[in-house]
Write a new protein. Structure first.
Length: 218
């Protein structure tokens, strides 16, 4: 599912003339490995190269997950599969990115058991699960984690059972808030397979256990 981004972006169409009043909003990963500036590898496989706007990237780190808002100035077809876009960056938002934790006694209390609502989810390339969340709070920092039972995984355990955990840090549930989180699914990769099925459970504010399923392709 990719409804979150498509709801407020235009399509990257070669017939577009890249008008300055158009913009795109997409998720990607920052690359600062070879320069003091940065590029963004988008989830669709293309690369955004900032040449105007907020392009210094001084607060960004290499391999950081971001949501980038940009206006295309020009493009370049590098090869059959790679296209580069030279852009004016309008805004960059850092996206919380985490791995999957083993549910051990040492962390069981700290990860929390507070309710959460999944509004949307989709799987990107590179085994990334993206989740758009709704929760209630006021002023404290909330913690979101995806956990599994410890131990080696086998193909017979599919779908792999995962739990989405929320610790509201004793915050007041005064205002609805939203969050976008990316989880790296590499921890549930099973040797010998090219994909793995998984199931995520979470509890909502009505005390109901909800779930969704997906497939991660390597």
């Amino acid at each position: 599912m990719a409804g979150l981004l498509l709801a407020f972006t235009s399509c990257l169409d070669d017939d577009d003339h890249y008008s300055l009043d158009k913009f795109w909003v997409q998720m990607g990963i920052v690359d600062k490995s070879s320069t003091d500036k940065y590029t963004v590898s988008l989830d669709d496989g293309s690369v955004v190269i900032p040449v105007a706007g907020y392009y210094s990237g001084t607060s960004l780190k290499d391999s950081q997950r971001v949501l980038v808002n940009y206006t295309i100035l020009s493009d370049k077809q590098v090869n059959e599969t790679l296209k580069e876009y030279y852009v004016k960056v309008n805004a960059v938002k850092k996206v919380l990115s985490k791995g999957i934790l083993d549910l051990t006694p040492a962390i069981e209390d700290s990860i929390g058991n507070d309710p959460i609502v999944v509004k949307d989810y989709w799987i990107s390339k590179k085994q990334l699960l993206n989740i758009r969340l709704l929760y209630y709070g006021n002023y404290k920092v909330h913690y979101i984690n995806l956990v599994k039972q410890p131990g080696n995984l086998t193909s017979g355990q599919q779908p792999i059972q995962l739990m989405l955990k929320h610790n509201e840090n004793r915050d007041f549930r005064d205002f609805p808030m939203s969050a976008l989180v990316t989880f790296d699914l590499a921890a549930i990769r099973i040797p010998g397979l090219d994909s793995v099925r998984f199931r995520v459970e979470y509890e909502d504010y009505n005390g109901k256990t909800n779930s969704f399923e997906g497939v991660s392709h390597y």
